[in-house]
Every structure is written in C-alpha cells, then in structure tokens.
Write a protein that binds this ligand. Structure first.
Ligand SMILES: [Zn+2]
Ligand SMILES: [Zn+2]
Length: 442
C-alpha cells in the first residue's frame, strides 16, 4: 500500500497531467451556461465524462443532478466532493446566453471542472486500492435561488418540494449515504488570496409579496381605486425603518425588489408584486427579521386599505464550517500554496445551500482565488485557471486521502467527534415550518 504522502503526490501529478481536459470542460460549460433545474447539457457533459472514466453514476437527481460513486469495496465512511451545475442571469456578461441571460458569473463551471479533475485523478492513480469507504462525486443542481416563479410551478407539478438543489436532494435521500461533504467556491475578493476558509455564511428565507388594490381611472377617478403600488412603497419604507433594529452581529440583509409595478399608466395599479430575501447569521436572526418584514408589509396594506398576500419559502440555512475538517484542508492547502496565500476566518453575508448540508454533516466550503471582477457581475471572469481550478482540486483530493486512507481512520475519527446541528428529519421539519402563506387585509 502506498503511504498517504505518496498517494497524494501521485494524485496531484495526475491532476496536472489531466489539465487540458479539465480546462476544456470548464470552457465548454462557460460557453453553454444554464439556469438551475435546467442544467441538462451540463449534466450530460458530467455524465459523459463519468462514463468515459468508468465511474458508475446516476442522473436526473432533483431533475438534473449527477452522482458518481467510486467504491473501494472496503467498509468505511463516504466523502462527497461536490460541484454546482447552475449559472446566474447577467445579460451583458461576455459569455451570457443571449436568450436566457444565463452566465457563469459565479464560477460554478470551475467547480464542475474540479470534480471531474478529481474523478479522473482518483481513477488514473487507482486510488481505491489504498482507500476505504466511498467517494461520491456529485454535480448538484440549482444553488442560485433564481426564477422563483418557475420553481414554484415545478413544485406545483410535484417535480420538487424545495426550490434549491441541495435541500431537494436531501429530501430525496441523496445525502443519506454521505457522511462528509466539501465543495470549493471561487471568489474574486483579493483579500481571500489563493485559498481560504470562512467560518460561516448567512442563511436566508425567500419571500414573494402581492399587494392587491382596486383598478380605476388614474386621471379621472383615482378616488375609486386602491393603489397597490403605494402600498408597496409604504411597505418598502417600513422595511427600511426596521434596519436600525438589526444587530450588527446578526448580519441581517433584506433587499426587496418590485417585480411588477403596475400595468398601464392610466390605471391605478391593482396588482403589484415584490420579492425579497431575508438573510441572517443564525436561524433566530432570520426569524426575527422575517417577523419585522411581515409587519412592514402589513403596514403597506393598512395605509391604502388594500390586501397583501405574503408567501414565505424556506431558503438556505446559515453555513457553519466544520473546524476539524477545515484543519485537514488547511494542512493539504499548505502543500500547494504558501502560508501567506491561505487565509481563514470571517463571515460572509451571502447564502448558499451548502449551509443546509453543514447542518446535517461535517462540511467545508473553501474559497479559491483566480477570479476577477464582480461576483454576479458582467466583468466576472476567471484569470488564473491553475489557481481557480487545479489548486483547490488538489487540496480537496488530498483531504479525501486523509479521510479515507488505509481503513479510513481519518474519517472515522472526524465522525466520532461530530454532532450534527440537525438530523435529516429535523432539517425537513424546519424547512416545512418556514413555508407559509398569509393574506392580510388592511
Ligand atoms: Zn452565486
Ligand atoms: Zn456561487
């Protein structure tokens, strides 16, 4: 049996040797961006690659997910290395799909390339002969919480219950056979250097609001109408009045938009729609801010004597980094980057469904540099493929070796000391509790 160090070097060399294919996959996905739960071509690319590598896999999980399994045939825990299939909408991004606006302005194409690079390197080095347990290589759908109406429709058709990829995969039991999870996300923030590890990220709930008024001639008979746009405006102002009550330590973010502001200028708006996320560092902070937002929405309806329908959808739970797993990742990172190029700690106010995974199993979401521009912006691009893709792929693959080498003592030790914040059942109950619909008459 090769020792850990030898196996790690062989895997890293294999990742370097497979560079051309890895970069080609990243480029192909970059040029064909797809939105969440519609990533059919990207899923096909992953499936074709797994096929080519001789990795048994299942497709169509939560619509587009692809789950490959490398089984050592020896008992032991299962470690998942994941990548996200989806993109965001940025119409003026240079590689945007001109029809849908889909663009890889969050670097998820690189995540998939990392998973493929690791898959190829594990196979090329016959890593299974020195490991125990299983490695799951998981391309997961729909991390970005976008096109909410489209997803609500999928839910109505019974194709989904939860509107994010990983929550839906958890519900379908696709993480029941996974014990440890990791995924590296790209970052354009320079302060995060080559590789970094945050302590935590915000969670969020997603809200859709409909203000219902009464239509009337806007010029000659506005007194006969009930102006739903004015209700929405009062609600927005009322939301802003809550901001001084949000504690800095809770890092609450509320950022509503109006998605429908009226139909004809000479008709008093009777149907005005808004959407918002309510984000916070803890579930309690999210619940507190959400109650305040609900109050503000009601204020809008009261002011004009209209109605407001508020639909609250469970979003993502806050991300908590598993410290012992992060320590293993750091050790391996320092084999491929200099100490000053690795940063750790801090909190990010965005949200990800890796947060949900982090509530039920040891999870890390390291960040890799190599991107530039604005996250979700038209100037977002990857400028250093080596750093963005190969470096994190090596660090993750070596962490897998630490966990599963020999009789997988590394993973067994990690799991023995770990207590999940929630069981899968508690998680599903929490998500369902966050789901609500309320109609308030002002
Ligand atoms: Zn994103
Ligand atoms: Zn992202």
């Amino acid at each position: 049996m090769r020792d850990e160090g030898t196996l790690k070097s062989e895997i890293c060399q294999a990742i370097d040797r497979g560079k051309a294919e890895t970069f080609a996959a990243a480029e192909a996905i970059l040029r064909n961006p797809e939105l969440g739960f519609k990533e059919f071509a990207t899923a096909q690319l992953v499936s074709d690659r797994f096929q080519h590598l001789g990795i048994p896999h299942r497709t169509g999980l939560a619509i587009t997910g692809v789950k490959g399994v490398i089984d050592t045939g020896r008992p032991g825990p299962t470690v998942a290395v994941m990548g996200e299939l989806d993109s965001v909408v940025v119409y003026d991004h240079p590689f945007a799909n001109p029809e849908t606006g889909a663009a890889h302005a969050c670097g998820h194409n690189i995540q998939i390339a990392m998973v493929l690079a690791i898959a190829a390197a594990l196979q090329a080095t016959d890593a299974v002969s020195d490991l125990s347990g299983r490695i799951v290589l998981f391309a997961v759908p729909a991390e970005e919480y976008v096109e909410v109406d489209y997803r609500v429709n999928l839910a109505r058709q019974g194709k989904l219950e939860f509107l994010g990829g990983k929550p839906e995969l958890i519900r379908r039991g696709e993480f029941d056979d996974v014990d440890v999870a990791m995924l590296t996300h790209l970052t354009p923030r320079r302060e995060e250097r080559k590789l970094s590890m945050l302590d935590s990220m915000n969670g969020c709930v997603v809200k859709q609001m409909q203000f219902i008024g009464r239509a009337a001639h806007a010029g000659s008979a506005p007194h006969q109408g009930i102006n739903a746009l004015n209700a929405a405006m009062v609600a927005l102002t009322a939301i802003h009045t809550q901001r001084e009550t949000f504690r800095d330590s809770d890092t609450v973010r509320v950022h509503p938009i109006i998605t429908r502001g009226g139909d004809l200028v000479n008709v008093v708006p009777a149907d005005v729609r808004m959407e918002t996320f309510v984000r916070g560092k803890t579930a309690a902070a999210m619940e507190d801010a959400d109650a305040k937002v609900n109050r503000a929405l009601r204020a809008g309806a009261i002011a004009v004597g209209g109605k407001v329908k508020v639909t609250t959808l469970p979003g993502y739970l806050p991300l908590t980094t598993c410290k012992p797993l992060a320590a293993l990742f750091k050790e391996n990172s320092l084999r491929v980057v200099k100490p000053e190029e690795y940063t750790e700690g801090g909190h990010l106010t965005g949200s990800t469904d890796m947060g949900d995974i982090s509530h039920i199993m040891p999870t890390i979401q390291p960040m890799a540099g190599g991107a530039e521009g604005t996250s979700h912006g038209s100037d977002y691009r990857v400028v250093d493929m080596e750093n963005a893709c190969l470096t994190p792929a090596k660090a993750m693959a070596m962490t897998v070796v630490d966990l599963l080498h020999g009789d997988a003592a590394g993973a067994r030790e990690l799991l023995a000391d770990y207590k999940p914040a929630m069981t899968r059942e508690q998680y599903l109950a929490f998500m369902r509790k966050m789901n609500s619909e309320m109609v308030y008459e002002g």
